[in-house]
Design a protein around this ligand. Structure first.
Ligand SMILES: NC(=O)C1=CN([C@@H]2O[C@H](COP(=O)(O)OP(=O)(O)OC[C@H]3O[C@@H](n4cnc5c(N)ncnc54)[C@H](O)[C@@H]3O)[C@@H](O)[C@H]2O)C=CC1
Ligand SMILES: O=C([O-])CC(=O)C(=O)O
Length: 332
């Protein structure tokens, strides 16, 4: 019997990530080749015409799995009945703006979208926040939608995770699919900590630790980390635009693994509500290694954290605590 369509909301759908993301969703990249979808696309009135153009292209592409498209500037219409919400829309920093000004704009956007989701989304709707500052936008959404369980709210650090896999694959000249279990800890910002202490590579003689194969501690503790931390800026420098195809693809990976589960023996990085694991302050949206089963994530427990890592975990937590204070001051 044919499956019921799943409704997926993409906010900021007329933007560059949106343009890369919606065809991936319509093709079945997120939920599989037998799962019909209905796309809900939201943007703001100045982008309404462009948004309608995206809708026209979705119709023109004749995706067999796509059972409907809603393109709207009305947040209630956009959120009604959605099972998955991918929040890409937000206010970018403009010339002359202070951090606080950008935060204040995004806090007000995430506050109103949180209440629309709380009132109108399907029960058990899963939310992924992509728009920056991603961790703190997700925290505000959680704060302003108290009836959405915290286990259903997350932010995207999978792009950073995939960037780390990519760097190891290039360095060792191995297929990226043979590298696994890197970790992104903390904020989706330049204080994030890309950690390969527990990462492995599949070799003809079994799985081998990444640190052993790379055999260059200075690179792993230096250039590797900064390359991943600064990759967003490097893409902007090269393209004059920020990452879009890789961000869209990683958002698909995030939702797919969350809904359909992570492969046995593999973890991924997700920004989720901290319960105090690894002595990360509870109440931050912090990126952890997680496994997913039956539509729920679980923080991987018991990994050893050495002194070098501890400092990095704490540093990015401090930045998130500061962002949280700033965001809460914009709320009141
Ligand atoms: N977490 C991550 O790994 C990454 C996050 N990002 C962030 O994703 C966001 C989107 O990036 P792009 O698509 O490149 O930006 P973009 O500027 O091309 O698109 C953003 C879209 O959001 C819309 N928008 C603005 N306010 C809105 C609102 N209140 N409701 C609905 N839509 C609204 C805009 O009209 C625009 O169409 C940015 O905040 C960016 O910094 C980008 C790359 C990676
Ligand atoms: O750096 C940016 O502005 C975009 C972003 O979040 C990334 O590429 O990771």
């Amino acid at each position: 019997m044919a499956k019921e369509p799943v409704r997926i909301l993409v906010t900021g759908a007329a933007g560059q990530i949106g343009y890369a993301l919606v065809p991936m969703i319509a093709r079945g990249v997120v939920l599989g080749p037998d799962q019909p979808v209905i796309l809900h696309m939201l943007d703001i009135p100045p982008a309404a015409e462009a948004l309608n153009g995206v809708k026209m292209e979705l119709v023109d592409a004749a995706f067999p799995l796509l059972k409907g498209v809603i393109a709207t500037t009305d947040v209630v219409e956009a959120c009604t009945g959605v099972n998955i919400a991918i929040m890409v829309g937000g206010f970018p920093r403009k010339e002359g703006m202070e951090r606080k000004d950008v935060m204040s704009k995004n806090v007000s956007i995430y506050k109103s979208q949180a209440s629309a989701l709380e009132k109108h989304a399907a029960a058990n709707c899963k939310v992924l926040v992509v728009a920056n500052p991603a961790n703190t936008n997700a925290l505000i959404l959680k704060e302003c939608a108290p009836s959405i369980p915290e286990k259903n709210i997350s932010c995207l650090t999978r792009l950073d995770h995939n960037r780390a896999l990519g760097q190891i694959s290039e360095r060792l000249n191995v297929p990226v699919c043979d590298v696994k279990n890197v970790i992104i800890w903390g904020n989706h910002s330049s204080t994030q900590y890309p950690d390969v202490s527990h990462a492995t590579v599949k070799t003809p003689s079994g799985e081998k630790p990444v640190p052993e194969l790379v055999a260059d501690d200075a690179w792993l503790k230096g250039e590797f980390i900064t390359t991943v931390q600064q990759r967003g800026a490097a893409i902007i420098k090269a393209r004059k635009l920020s990452s879009a195809l890789s961000a869209a693809s990683s958002a698909c990976d995030h939702i797919r693994d969350w809904v359909l589960g992570t492969p046995e023996g593999t973890w991924v990085s997700m920004g989720v509500y901290s319960d105090g694991s690894y002595n990360v302050p509870a109440g931050l949206i912090y990126s952890f290694p997680v496994t997913c089963r039956n539509g729920e994530w679980k923080i991987v427990q018991g990994l050893s954290i050495d002194e070098f890592s501890r400092k990095k975990l704490d540093l990015t937590a401090e930045e998130l605590s500061e962002e949280k204070t700033l965001a809460y001051s914009c709320l009141t």
